[in-house]
Design a protein around this ligand. Structure first.
Ligand code: PMP
Length: 398
């Protein structure tokens, strides 16, 4: 793992930086940095040249695609399109959905899976995994025609894992397709992606311990091959006539016009394979327990939850601290304790606002608002997080 090492605090002391904002962007794995460094001397054009460099770069790019397909358990009708990130993947999918298709989401989604769907049926955030399944079943029973359901696999505000396998079964049972936002599940449980039953999966390299700039939209090729190219330009056109008419290629190149992000794709695939070959869950769950139990013991701290307390979750916890402004508190944690967290609404405004409005446990006297600025704090972790990082956060909040 590449880390910044020690940071200087306001009082002059130096401490090892405790990065508890891994859900936003994860640090780069050394194996990923090495794979990128190895490729740098061989820079050449991808899909656009002959010669040793171009051949190598084209091969590495396509191997990265195969690695992703392999981890996702792809069959013959599936494809992997490299995008810029998860947001880009959903915007691409939104453009590729055939006209007349009804899209169904929950209003608890990250904006990446909310805003691209302009006319979606938005179900209200369920309060348990079972409710999510029941609500989707009831909704689909009312709908006619083609339907795409689009849901998160793990929420970026609460870390709660959604019952995607069951939602996929409900969707498929009524002839619908399902797209899954795996931005937060992929880094924690890449081995689960292949078994989700998703028709489409989207995730980002920078949350997988790879650098910025590459993401994936993977899934069934038919809609993607029939859709207007997401980007019009070199590589997407099979034949461009003098009169301006264009015949487009099929396959991933249809949506990847322009010189692709080779290093991003190789980094993403290297990280995905690395994570896929390891058991990440055990250590993370122990840290999660430590954090949640510690927070629960602090009477002035309230955890934000959509599902019941014992629901399955990944290493993400959001909370408020009575009487403290989350933005100011996050700055204090950084400057005085060397801890990186995030404050805000986490690009999931409807969900976070709703959770902030929930009745929490009684506030200590005198009554103070749970959060004076209508925001929350999020601590998130993964590889490289230690019990000391968690304990430092708890001690600071104490
Ligand atoms: N979905 C979820 C659940 C996320 O956590 C994020 C990133 N916060 C996104 C989508 C969007 O990812 P990106 O910013 O890489 O497009």
């Amino acid at each position: 793992m590449l880390t910044p090492g020690e940071v200087k605090l306001a009082d002059g002391r130096s401490v090892e930086f405790a990065n508890l904002d891994v859900a936003a962007t994860a640090p780069c794995l050394r194996v990923v940095a090495d794979a990128v460094a190895e490729l740098l001397p061989f820079y050449g054009s991808v899909h656009r040249g002959a010669g040793a460099l171009s051949e190598r770069c084209t091969r590495e790019y396509e191997q990265a695609r195969e690695t992703v397909a392999d981890v996702l358990g792809h069959g013959p009708g599936d494809t992997v399109v490299f995008t810029r990130n998860t947001t880009d993947a959903f915007n691409l999918l939104a453009r590729a959905v055939p006209a007349g298709t009804t899209v169904v989401t929950f209003d608890s989604e990250h904006h990446a899976n909310l805003l691209p769907w302009r006319n979606a049926v938005r179900l209200r955030a369920p309060r348990s995994p079972g409710e999510a399944v029941a609500d989707l079943r009831a909704c689909l029973a009312e709908l006619e025609g083609d339907v795409l359901v689009s849901v998160t696999a793990a929420g970026n505000v609460t870390g709660e894992v959604w019952p995607v396998e069951r939602l996929a079964a409900v969707a498929h049972g009524s002839g619908a397709r399902i797209a899954v936002d795996a931005a937060q599940l992929a880094p924690h449980a890449p081995g689960r992606l292949a078994g989700l039953g998703a028709d489409y999966i989207a995730f980002s390299g920078h949350k997988l311990y790879a650098p910025f700039g590459a993401g994936v939209l993977a899934g069934r090729a038919d809609w993607l091959d029939a859709a207007e190219p997401y980007l019009a330009g070199g590589g997407a056109g099979a034949h461009v006539a003098d009169d301006g008419t264009t015949r487009w290629v099929t396959g991933p190149a249809r949506h990847e016009a322009g010189t692709p992000n080779l290093l991003g794709a190789v980094a993403l695939a290297t990280a995905l394979r690395f994570l896929h070959e390891r058991d990440l869950a055990t250590g993370e769950q122990a840290l999660l327990r430590r954090l949640r139990e510690g927070l629960a013991a602090l009477p002035h701290v309230r955890e934000l939850r959509l599902f019941p307390a014992d629901a399955e979750r990944v290493g993400i916890v959001s909370f408020t601290v009575a009487g403290r402004d989350p933005g100011e508190l996050a700055v204090t944690l950084g400057r005085e304790h060397g801890i990186g967290v995030r404050a805000g609404l986490f690009c999931a405004h409807p969900l976070t606002r709703r959770l902030l409005d929930d009745d929490g446990p009684a506030q200590p006297e005198p009554a103070v608002p749970a959060s004076s600025s209508g925001q929350a704090i999020r601590a998130s972790f993964g590889i490289g997080t230690t019990p000391e990082h968690i304990d430092r956060l708890l001690a600071a909040l104490q």
